[in-house]
Ligand binder design. Sequence first.
Ligand SMILES: NC(=O)c1ccc[n+]([C@@H]2O[C@H](COP(=O)([O-])OP(=O)(O)OC[C@H]3O[C@@H](n4cnc5c(N)ncnc54)[C@H](OP(=O)(O)O)[C@@H]3O)[C@@H](O)[C@H]2O)c1
Length: 419
Amino acid sequence: MPERRNRPSFLLNASRDRKGAVPWGLARPARVSSPVSDPSTPKFDRAMLDLAARLAVRAGGYVEPNPLVGCVITKDARIIGLGHHKRFGGLHAEREALADCARRNGSPHGSTAYVTLEPCTHTGKQPPCTDALIEAGVARVVFARPDAADQSRGGCEVLRAAGIRVECSDASESAWRLAEPWAKRVRTKAEGLELPWVIAKWAQTIDGRIATRTGESQWISSEHSRRRVHRLRARVDAILTGLGTVLADDPMLTARGVRRTRRTPRRVIADTHLETPLDCALVRTAREVPTSIACAKELATAAITADKRRALEAAGVELLPVAMGARSIDLRDLLHQLATRHDATNILIESGPGLLGGLFEADLVDEAMVYIAPMLLADASAKAAAHGRVVPSLTQARPLRLLRAKRIGDDVELAYRRG
Ligand SMILES: NC(=O)c1ccc[n+]([C@@H]2O[C@H](COP(=O)([O-])OP(=O)(O)OC[C@H]3O[C@@H](n4cnc5c(N)ncnc54)[C@H](OP(=O)(O)O)[C@@H]3O)[C@@H](O)[C@H]2O)c1
């Protein structure tokens, strides 16, 4: 492949980085396919921010509740340093990239730093990134997303006061999207009800059915697609399912066959009336894998459920008392509790149409991962992906935006964001 051999070394490195890049919802940054040699163009900004995003996305599941952040340092249209925030508590992307400059014997003096998030100004587990950029003599900083957090924002002003040219660029959508789960927690917390980022995942037939009329759904998608879901499970904080799925499928909801397990997600069952069977797989394995049952607040103390509660707690299950909604538990309150009690940033929904419909109805889904398998049921009584809404006209349809479509063998994986 002569074209590939002719690519400059930084592009080859970037391609190699893609091997470990995550396959889930985040839009894969556009590939840097040819050297963009004029650093004064928006195309160059976009290529560098895309590359920074591509680096950062590799740390999904390692850095949360911190944001994913990547940084590329360039000088005279050449990349002299690459870095990303790799682990919670570890060096921030800017310091990683500056350290990379030192390793490559390149001086960052007079350079441009491309960062996916505005450099922070505060001392947390690491000192301010603004100090590092100023001390290194960086001349220009381009970032994709302003810092939303009270304690760390203001990097732009600090850098400008030190004589650095600073620009907030909208050239790279993938760089901007990178920190969305973190930004949602920060924003909703400031508004008074902190919420995690919600990823709904389901597998369906071509005609949009997720189970037969008898409730059979194992398996609609291929083994390859399911392996990708296990990788997704291995980087989220919690997996939420509904009582209906527990009764129909008795799932384990663990990340199996994953080479690098980033975190062990808490398994959560939405079960208003505490009807989860004691002998289901989730309860039986609650000592090994964190497991919660979210039930109506009233039932968490009622005498009528005392025996069931004792048995569940003895099995290692945590009970999450949740406020009641119209018919079942209030899903917003449940998600809020997962963010505040369990520090959850990313929640994966693996449920049937009942719970999914409730989440869509309450507008709580941020992202959807849909696997379409090459089969057709053509049975009006087979189960649809979500139900519960009354939608007499298309103008009332919930809009979603397609971010990515990928062929997985004979299946198709579609990634959507809230429209
Ligand atoms: N193909 C796929 O990707 C896939 C994935 C998962 C499941 N499935 C299939 O889906 C079917 C089960 O679907 P399902 O609808 O019965 O189960 P579900 O969506 O997993 O669970 C529904 C239950 O969640 C509880 N819930 C609690 N709070 C809720 C709220 N605010 N809104 C809505 N529900 C709430 C309700 O019980 P309470 O009111 O008692 O709390 C409700 O009955 C099975 O056939 C399964 O195989 C398919």
